[in-house]
Design a protein around this ligand. Structure first.
Ligand code: NAD
Length: 280
């Protein structure tokens, strides 16, 4: 079984991005900039934002974090985004989710200029991705896709089973694999006989949020299994895949932690650079 080392692949990607930033600096005399808006003091959001800022600095991007208290008015946030949309030193804008209840998430997402939407959540980018046009691609599914490609460069005709249909993971993952000519089945909480569906998959991407849902006897021999899940349990962080069991059957599998997680942040940096290129 191949353990798909997300940390290593992400480190390699960051090295490439570092070189690209230097090249862009030499060519344009400016560097790509990522601005993150953080609202409130939820610990996980603060940790994620700190990790994003650190990674951005390491590859040489300009990075800025704008913090607001959880009571901030929606109008204030929308005005700031509007200002950032017009600021040519800002290549990418990310609003850390989740937002406090009084702020309309969709309104915030739609206020970000599509060419600065590093998360790929703006409806214009969602539509472009599903239509096969150039678009920002959500970071986690992009990371999963790059990991799958390290194992199998030609995905044409492969049967892929996506578990979970969220806008963040399952749906964009589906579009990315369709683009690669996979035959994709999207499963979700109302799917009947998930095990039978999974057993058909050459590729399985699990993005559910249920600890160790996917068992060893759900997996076709030599399948590639990508575990997006991050679940806090008494035994620490575990994925959506029963690692020990599945590792005995799969051809390749991502660990949790150290699989998809590091790729998500590296892909955010990649998206920031792509946004810079679109604006310059
Ligand atoms: P979500 O809650 O938005 O979506 C979960 C999906 O799973 C839904 O579509 C639902 O229909 C489906 N589902 C629920 N129960 C099911 C069942 N019994 N059988 C089949 N499908 C079922 O979650 P999300 O935001 O997509 O996140 C999923 C997991 O990925 C979470 O554990 C989250 O923490 C993790 N995550 C990891 C990263 C990363 O960087 N590694 C990034 C984002 C999310």
């Amino acid at each position: 079984m191949i353990l798909i080392d997300g940390k290593k692949v992400a480190a390699e990607l960051r090295e490439e991005l570092k070189k690209e930033v230097l090249n862009l600096k030499a060519k344009h005399n400016k560097i790509p900039g990522l601005t993150v808006i953080l609202i409130g003091d939820m610990a996980p959001s603060q940790i994620y934002v700190r990790m994003k800022e650190k990674a951005a600095n390491e590859v040489g991007l300009k990075s800025e974090v704008i913090k607001y208290p959880s009571e901030v008015e929606e109008k204030t946030v929308l005005e700031k985004i509007n200002e950032l949309n017009k600021d040519s030193s800002v290549s990418g804008i990310l609003v850390q989710l989740p937002l406090p209840e009084h702020i309309n998430k969709q309104k915030v997402i739609e206020s970000i200029a599509p060419k600065k939407d590093v998360d790929g959540f703006h409806p214009m980018n969602v539509g472009n991705l599903s239509s096969g046009y150039d678009s920002s691609i959500p970071c986690t599914p992009l990371g999963c896709y790059l990991l799958i490609k390290t194992i199998e460069p030609n995905l044409s005709g492969k049967k892929a089973i996506i578990i979970g249909r969220s806008n963040l993971n399952g749906k964009p993952m589906t579009q990315l694999l369709l683009r690669e000519n996979c035959t994709v089945t999207v499963t979700h909480s109302k799917t009947k006989d998930l095990k039978a569906e999974c057993l058909k998959g050459d590729i399985i991407v699990a993005a559910v949020g249920i600890p160790q849902l996917v068992r060893g006897d759900w997996i076709k021999k030599d399948a590639i299994v990508i575990d997006v899940g991050i679940n806090k349990t008494d035994k620490g962080i575990v994925g959506d895949v029963a690692f020990e069991e599945v590792s005995k059957v799969a051809k390749a599998l991502t660990p949790v932690p150290g699989g998809v997680g590091p790729m998500t942040i590296a892909c955010l940096l990649k998206n920031t650079i792509e946004c810079f290129k679109k604006s310059n």
